[in-house]
Design a binder for this molecule. Structure first.
Ligand code: FEO
Length: 401
């Protein structure tokens, strides 16, 4: 049973989920994910979010061990998604007199998901504070990071921010629970970037607003509901989120993604990669979209300055696996990227045409000339069109800061 103190009065009572293959039944989590929950023991005992139902048989035992017979007075629901709210009914059954704290949007969802009635609920306004003894809890709305009801809770005395999905990441806590317990860059940064690109990036404009609201708040510890607790260097995660929400590329790298049935589009992808390498690009990652899950591709689109999409024609459209990626890119809405298109076709240019339509609808301007080939192109033909494309692409990479 894992109980770790974060401060004198705040306990970590989270759980690692290494059993689930796909987070939200959509995103691969080969390194698992942690579902963090916290208990504050003060004059009023406060539970901050719960964990997914069925994820931890010991959850109630941990609470009982810490409280030693004392009641829970409040349960703060920062976010209603069931990975954090799933144990609400169980906790309510054990502690029927506790009051749930949330906002009006939270209440609608609480009622819809768990049949919670108004009498069990305290509705707080944006910025409102509640005293729990030695400290106050302040509630700040951060809508759409990641659902409309989402808020964060700030412990004013200990300067701890309970941020739920914000500042979280994939990856179970396989030893310590704090940022400085790990080699963060190696163990958590890639999974955190992937989490941001998969779950949060579509709400980046709301992240910018949320960061603005928190800008003047003195924060010693950030305690999210997924991933490490930021005790040593909370500024680091604020900076990461600031950069990601503004789509600041981490370096001049390029992601090349292709959909190819018989290898011709793959040949174009390889040629473009080779030419970018000759031009001096050091970070080039090429993916076959039919093999690599879009989760990883989105993460690299967030990371690198350029991305290039190529497809064969499929019936009268792009390949369906490329279409799936394009849908995800549309939701992600990347900005400030150098973008390219290539493709092959048999009897018409349906693949490139549909990628051009995707680009236009999503305000992405492809670098020209577009690399396009019919059938099984000769090496000379590929060489010729890839040359001028890569020259223009490389130039634009240098133009964007
Ligand atoms: Fe971790 Fe939006 O739930």
């Amino acid at each position: 049973m894992r109980i770790t103190k974060i401060t004198d009065k705040i306990y970590y009572i989270g759980v690692n989920d290494r059993r689930t293959a796909l987070f939200e039944n959509n995103w691969p989590i080969p390194y698992g994910v942690s579902l963090n929950s916290y208990l504050i023991k003060d004059e009023k005992n406060v539970l901050i979010d719960t964990v997914e139902f069925g994820s931890d048989n010991d959850y109630l035992n941990k609470i009982e061990t810490i409280l030693d017979g004392a009641p829970i007075h409040y349960l703060v629901v920062n976010h209603m998604e069931p990975d954090h709210s799933g144990m609400i009914k169980t906790v309510l059954n054990k502690y029927p007199n506790l009051k749930i704290i949330g906002n009006e949007q939270t209440f609608k969802l609480l009622n819809a998901y768990y049949n919670v009635i108004r009498e069990n609920f305290i509705s707080v306004k944006d910025g409102e504070e509640i005293s729990i003894g030695a400290t106050n809890l302040k509630f700040v709305y951060i809508p759409w990071v990641h659902w409309p009801e989402t808020m964060v809770t700030y412990d004013t005395n200990n300067q701890v921010l309970f941020s739920c999905d914000a500042f979280g990441g994939y990856g179970s806590l396989d030893g310590g629970i704090f940022d400085n317990d790990y080699n963060f860059e190696e163990m958590f940064l890639p999974e955190m970037r992937r989490y941001y690109s998969n779950i949060v990036s579509k709400w980046s404009n709301m992240v910018v607003k949320a960061l603005g609201k928190l800008a003047d708040v003195p924060i010693k510890i950030i305690a999210p509901s997924h991933g490490v607790i930021w005790k040593d260097n909370p500024k680091k995660v604020l900076e990461l989120y600031s950069n990601w929400s503004e789509f600041k590329p981490e370096n001049d790298g390029v992601v090349i993604v292709y959909a190819s049935m018989y290898g011709n589009t793959a040949r174009l992808a390889d040629k473009i990669g080779q030419k970018l390498s000759c031009a001096g690009i050091k970070n080039i990652r090429t993916y076959d979209v039919s093999k690599t899950h879009v989760s990883y591709i989105l993460s690299d689109i967030l990371k690198y300055k350029g991305f290039i999409l190529g497809t064969c024609a499929y019936n009268t459209f792009m390949h369906p696996m490329m279409e799936h990626l394009c849908n995800e890119i549309k939701i992600m809405s990347p900005k400030n990227r150098v973008f390219g298109i290539f493709g092959t076709s048999g009897w018409n240019g349906a693949g490139v045409k549909s990628l051009l339509k995707f680009a236009e609808e999503n305000k992405l301007t492809p670098i020209t000339p577009i690399v396009e080939a019919i059938g099984d192109p000769t090496d000379e033909k590929i060489e010729e069109s890839a040359n001028s494309f890569v020259k223009a692409f490389y130039q634009e990479l240098n133009n964007i800061k």
